[in-house]
Design a protein around this ligand. Structure first.
Ligand SMILES: [Mg+2]
Length: 366
């Protein structure tokens, strides 16, 4: 329930039930949802024989996002996208979501409206039904919590634990873009949508034009990099295509950098692996940016978080099948390494010599 701090806020005027009504006004009916929002619990049915996949994520203001960077529409989209990505990483079909919001009493109602517009747009793109959630007041920033449920036949679910020695290590898309996008917004580059509030700090102020319009001159592809951070695309179609074809032996989504996330596959599978630095897929926008910022591109591509690409392993006899399988999805896949029987994940140059790295996931806000 909403317990407001300030009787003068728009939220207090609206009240708990008014807010719930406002939040859920855009929710549409979905197959399999017998009773949705409005009762004590949702009632749903799943096709016989399917297993249920469940995952939950929290997004905390000033930990996972900042209102000065993240426009509410894309914040709403991202809050569901990162959960959908977890279902995709198991080879599952995302079906239903629960959304809980802890809301500061001074948050403008149109900010909440935009979060919901973004959330429901992402839900619509992936046929995910919003079937419930909770609202309460927050005394220390906005909190968005999403629980997602997906389905898959038990024989098709892809876990982290199935990698075998000599399998190839693959990734979808390009790596490091979101981490570089974060570097850009940290340095005061505006996001591609008007921010809902102005960032503080002289560096941020200096980078803006007098009119407040975005200031991306001299950084080719900055829009694309920032968009990778603020509006990630869960790789559902690729994951399902690969899964239906039975090709991945293990899979994970890349939220903490490929080195750390492949490390989870290696640990769960009882194997190791080598990742070839020169084979990491880098976008043209990413390649053009290091000239402007003192960053180590390969370190960022290995350890940069929040790309939400997929990392998967597959038997080497399936290379052509994998390429053919993902063609229709419009997303590139790249082989970046080999699973080894000995423990430990190493990054190597093309000639096999070790690449000096810090083996840790990218931590956005420390
Ligand atoms: Mg994950």
């Amino acid at each position: 329930m909403i317990v407001t701090h300030s009787s003068s806020s728009a939220l207090a005027t609206l009240g708990e039930f008014g807010l719930i009504s406002r939040i859920t006004s855009g929710v549409v009916a979905h197959e399999g949802v017998i009773t949705g929002i409005g009762d004590d619990a949702a009632v749903t049915v799943s096709p016989s024989g399917m297993h249920l996949l469940t995952s939950t994520d929290m997004l905390l203001e000033d930990v996972h996002f900042r209102r000065s960077w993240h426009d509410p529409y894309r914040l709403g989209r991202k809050s569901l996208a990162v959960s959908i990505s977890d279902i995709a990483a198991m080879g599952g079909v995302p079906r239903r979501a629960l959304l809980s919001l802890a809301i500061p009493s001074d948050l403008p109602l149109d900010f909440i409206d935009e979060i919901m517009r973004g959330f429901l747009a992402m839900a619509s793109e992936h046929q995910v039904a919003l079937i419930g959630g909770d609202t309460c007041a927050s005394r220390s920033g906005l909190v968005i919590s999403v629980t997602i449920m997906g389905e898959q036949h038990p024989d098709k679910i892809v876990r982290r634990s199935g990698a075998q020695p000599d399998d190839d290590i693959w990734v979808t898309g390009t790596l490091g873009d979101a981490a570089l996008g974060l570097k850009l917004v940290e340095r005061g580059f505006d996001s591609t949508q008007p921010p809902c509030s102005q960032p503080s700090g002289s560096a941020k102020q200096d980078s803006r034009s007098q009119s407040g319009s975005r200031s991306l001159s001299g950084v080719e592809g900055a829009d694309a990099l920032i968009s990778r951070l603020l509006d990630p695309v869960p790789r559902v179609s690729v994951a399902l295509a690969l899964t239906e074809a039975g090709l991945p032996t293990a899979m994970i989504d890349i939220s903490d950098g490929v080195l750390a996330d492949y490390g989870h596959i290696a640990e769960q599978s009882g194997v190791g692996g080598s990742i070839i630095i020169d084979d990491l897929p880098l976008s043209s926008a990413f390649r053009s940016c290091p000239a402007h910022f003192p960053v180590l591109p390969h370190q960022m591509a290995l350890s940069g978080g929040e790309d939400y690409e997929l990392c998967f392993t597959a038997h080497r006899s399936n290379r052509q099948k994998i390429v053919d399988c993902v063609k229709k999805c419009g997303v590139a896949v790249t082989r970046i390494g080999i699973v080894s029987s000995c423990a430990g994940v190493v990054a190597v140059n093309q000639d096999g010599t070790p690449f000096s790295i810090r083996n840790e996931g990218f931590n956005h806000f420390t």
